[in-house]
Design a protein around this ligand. Structure first.
Ligand SMILES: C[S@@+](CC[C@H](N)C(=O)[O-])C[C@H]1O[C@@H](n2cnc3c(N)ncnc32)[C@H](O)[C@@H]1O
Length: 619
């Protein structure tokens, strides 16, 4: 489906944050390339088709969207869905890559071992390796342009009475505060909420410990906006003005939560005493952990949602991660929209909400970006997939180019691959190709040789014929410009996992036994891990058994298909300790290697421990 653009209706406040009394027609908040984002705003929000992947429960108003924030906003705008409260905890520009620990499960066929594992469960070391989830390494300018576009798109789908929390920290928060002033208006700023932690953020010799995040709170329109005044009972040792006694003679005072918070929310560790706090602190509750780096506690979201939303309202998180916002929204009787670009987030929130007995549907944006788990892993993979690509570039071929390939006819061919981690680079349109042919291909003068050809890969293209014509009409060099579809490379190379199973049925009861499972992707990853261990301790090696069942995290039997949307009727999830949840209910049992259902299964779905899924159609 060709890309469509949905126009922005709302106008930013244009540089209001900069003190200057001259009326301006242009933004004054100025950083390198900050005007580029204007071209994109003028073009509109890129809209792609969404495919409905799964329906859980009956209520289909709650949404989990796999895709980018921008795409989710385009969809919501197109469907005229308005959001009452937004919480976002986007990448912080922290300069780090975030990884997920992938745990090898217990193998159900090795009964002896399981029994032993059961006996010494507490002591047993879990075997794990890491997989990259998302990257957070940006130049400030790229980050701010990207964030500006996201904030503009989010504003488009906020209701008149809506408000927004933007959770950041010292890395980039103060710059984004200025963008927020620009997008929402300084008069709509409500407060900067400090989320303070006592642990972590250790001080370095030359610094004071950085132990807080900032949550910028804005309303869409301060005339329509009111927060909830939540009363909280606070118990005290002695009587003060306004104190009373309860039926047990305990001294208390009724306070307004938003007054006692004084803009500071304290994070308290599980084992810490919370008595000394004057307002409701947020426990960092370990039992909530779903092994998602940067996961925020439910208590924090509870406070934020209680203050700025009511039952039945729609709460959206466009950088949803572990799904904490959706989970809390569901618990508090709000409707929710969770969006995230990474497959691990979608699977984590799906399972988390299933356990919470929430209803929702899962949609996937068809923008070609979710090619291999997440953009960062796709980029890593790409480097190895383009035939003959050398990412070590010769002098004179600058960082615009991803690498070079060499052939006898053309010699060195610079290759451009859009950086999938920066969604603004995704579409090859006239603006992007203009930059290539009128700027980049003129820059080879220090290269020791002649460039006769360049290759430009794209994930999405505005109009291929228009782009080709533009190149023909405007390329004033002799350098040939070839454009190629990146998706074909990835589609070709990702090899699916394979499974061998047997189905036993008696007309009333259906049982599938998994005999063996093989994942080439995981095998490669584990081989890499073992190779690294080779330099250290050999006993840390991860050995995969012959039947490979320890590589399975989740398995479902889907028996219902409503107009193309699947519904799982029976599912087993194996946690990192080997215990299973059956249909979203936790147990202390180990997986038997089987799954059963009382309806005839139409398909079998298996997710491996890194999140790759395979589907086997049974009838
Ligand atoms: C800091 S984490 C959010 C953590 C979350 N608040 C929690 O408590 O689990 C940021 C998330 O943004 C996602 N992300 C990064 N770029 C994105 C984009 N353009 N659109 C949607 N999600 C994105 C990442 O995959 C990651 O899960």
């Amino acid at each position: 489906m060709p890309i469509r653009y949905i126009p922005y209706d709302k106008v930013p406040v244009k540089g209001q944050a900069i003190l200057n009394n001259v009326t301006r027609s242009q933004r004054l908040l100025s950083y390198t390339d900050n005007n580029k984002v204007y071209e994109r705003i003028q073009r509109g929000i890129p809209y792609y088709e969404l495919q409905e992947l799964e329906k859980v429960g009956e209520n289909s108003e709650n949404l989990i969207i796999r895709g980018e924030c921008l795409s989710a906003c385009a969809y919501l705008k197109e469907k005229d869905i308005k959001i009452d409260l937004v919480y976002i905890d986007p990448p912080f520009a922290s300069g780090a890559d975030y990884a997920k620990k992938v745990y090898i499960r217990k193998n159900p066929k090795l009964a002896e071992k399981i029994k032993k594992a059961e006996e010494k469960m507490e002591m047993e070391e879990l075997v794990a390796f890491e997989e990259k989830m998302y990257g957070d390494i940006w130049s400030k300018e790229d980050y701010l342009n990207w964030m500006y576009e996201n904030l503009m798109a989010i504003k488009e789908i906020m209701s008149e009475t809506a408000s927004i929390y933007v959770h950041l920290d010292w890395h980039i928060g103060h710059y984004v505060k200025i963008l927020l002033d620009e997008v929402f208006g300084e008069e709509n700023f409500v407060n900067e909420i400090i989320w303070a932690y006592r642990s972590g953020g250790a001080s370095k010799k030359k610094s004071i410990a950085r132990k807080h995040d900032s949550i910028y709170f804005y309303t869409n329109n301060n005339e329509n906006f009111e927060i909830n005044t939540i009363k909280e009972r606070q118990y005290l040792e002695k009587h003060f003005i306004g104190t009373q006694e309860d039926e047990n003679g305990k001294i208390y005072v009724d306070t307004i939560l938003t007054d006692t918070l004084s803009g500071v929310i304290n994070r308290v560790m599980d084992n810490e005493s919370i008595k000394e706090y004057s307002c409701r602190p947020v426990l960092n509750v370990s039992k909530e952990r779903v092994d998602y780096s940067t996961q925020k506690p439910e208590g924090l979201l509870e406070l934020l949602l209680e203050i700025a939303s009511n039952k039945g309202m729609i709460v959206a998180d466009f950088f949803g991660g572990s799904g904490v916002t959706a989970k809390v929204a569901s618990d508090l009787g709000r409707r929710f929209i969770h969006c995230d670009i990474g497959i691990n987030s979608i699977q984590t929130v799906r399972d988390r909400l299933k356990e919470a007995k929430a209803d929702f549907k899962i949609l996937e944006v068809q923008d070609g970006l979710n090619l291999f788990r997440n953009p960062i892993q796709t980029m890593d993979k790409l480097a190895t997939l383009i035939d003959g690509l050398n990412t070590k570039k010769p002098e004179g071929i600058d960082s615009f180019w991803f690498g070079t390939v060499t052939n006898s006819k053309f010699g060195t061919i610079p290759v451009y691959v859009p950086d999938l981690r920066d969604s603004t680079k995704k579409v090859l349109d006239i603006v992007a190709i203009n930059e290539v042919i009128n700027k980049e291909i003129h820059n080879f003068n220090t290269f020791d040789g002649e460039v006769k050809k360049v290759i430009i890969y794209y994930v999405d293209i505005s109009d291929i014929d228009e782009i080709k014509k533009f190149i023909k009409d405007n390329n004033q060099t002799l350098i040939e410009v070839e454009i190629k579809d990146l998706k074909q490379i990835l589609d070709f190379v990702v090899i699916d996992d394979s499974v061998d199973f047997s189905l036993n049925e008696d007309g009333l009861f259906y049982e599938i036994e998994i005999n063996s499972f093989y994942s080439d992707r995981l095998k490669q990853k584990i081989d890499e891990y073992n190779q690294k261990q080779g330099l250290k301790v050999k006993s840390n090696y991860i050995a995969i058994s012959e039947n490979g069942l320890e590589l399975i995290e989740y398995i479902s039997l889907d028996c219902t298909n409503d107009s193309g949307v699947w519904h799982s009727n029976s599912e087993v999830k194996i946690d990192k300790n080997g215990f299973i949840s059956i249909d979203g209910t936790k147990t202390r049992e180990f997986w038997s290697g089987k799954i059963n259902s009382t309806s005839k299964p139409k398909r079998l779905k298996i997710r491996n421990i890194a999140g790759d899924e395979i589907i086997k159609i049974l009838i």
